[in-house]
Write a protein that binds this ligand. Structure first.
Ligand code: FES
Ligand code: FES
Length: 168
C-alpha cells in the first residue's frame, strides 16, 4: 500500500514508460485521472469511465488493462505503459501506429490510444492470431468514427509486418 502523506493522500509511485514517476492521490482517484491530471500523460483517454469503451486502455506489467476501473493507489509499484511509450524513438512510430496512419484507422483519434495499447499487447502474445481472433479482441473497443473497416485493415497490416520482421 502506498505511503500516506500529511493531508491523508497517498503517495503513488510506479514506472511509466520506463521512467520512475510519483504523485499524490486521494484514495478514490481513478488511475486514468491520475495519469492525465496528476502526471500530465494525456495520451490515455477517458470515455465511458465504466470499463466498456476501451478508450482508457493501458498496459500494466505487460497486460492490457482499463485505467478507468482501477484506482491510482492500486497501481503503486507497477510497470505501466501508455500510448506515449509505444513509439521506439521520437522520430519513429511503432509498427501498429504506422499502419493506423497508413490505412486511416482513425478519424478523431479518441479511441485510438486504447486500441493501439490492446493491439500491441495482443500481437506480442499471439503473433499468429486469426483474423477472427483479432476482430474479437478489437470488439472490446468502441469507435464512433471509422466504421471499423480501416481499423481492421490497419491491425492486419501490423500483424503481417511484425511477422515479417520477426522472420527476417
Ligand atoms: Fe475506460 Fe471506457 S473509459 S473503458
Ligand atoms: Fe473517433 Fe475512433 S477515431 S472514436
Amino acid at each position: 500500500m502506498p505511503r500516506l502523506t500529511a493531508d491523508r493522500r497517498h503517495l503513488v509511485r510506479f514506472i511509466l514508460n520506463g521512467r520512475a514517476v510519483e504523485g499524490e492521490a486521494e484514495p478514490r482517484l481513478l488511475l486514468v485521472d491520475f495519469l492525465r491530471h496528476v502526471l500530465g500523460a494525456t495520451g490515455t483517454h477517458a470515455g465511458c469511465e465504466h470499463g466498456v469503451c476501451g478508450a482508457c486502455t493501458i498496459q500494466i506489467d505487460g497486460e492490457p488493462a482499463r485505467a478507468c476501473i482501477m484506482l491510482a493507489v492500486q497501481a503503486d509499484g507497477a510497470d505501466i505503459r501508455t500510448v506515449e511509450g509505444l513509439a521506439p524513438a521520437p522520430d519513429r512510430l511503432s509498427v501498429p501506429q504506422e499502419c493506423f496512419r497508413e490505412f486511416h484507422g482513425l478519424q478523431c483519434g479518441f479511441c485510438t490510444a486504447g486500441i493501439l495499447m490492446s493491439l500491441d499487447a495482443f500481437l506480442r502474445a499471439q503473433p499468429d492470431a486469426s483474423e477472427l481472433e483479432i476482430r474479437t479482441m478489437l470488439s472490446g473497443h468502441l469507435c464512433r468514427c471509422t466504421g471499423y473497416v480501416p481499423i481492421m485493415q490497419a491491425a492486419l497490416a501490423a500483424q503481417q509486418r511484425l511477422r515479417e520482421a520477426a522472420h527476417a
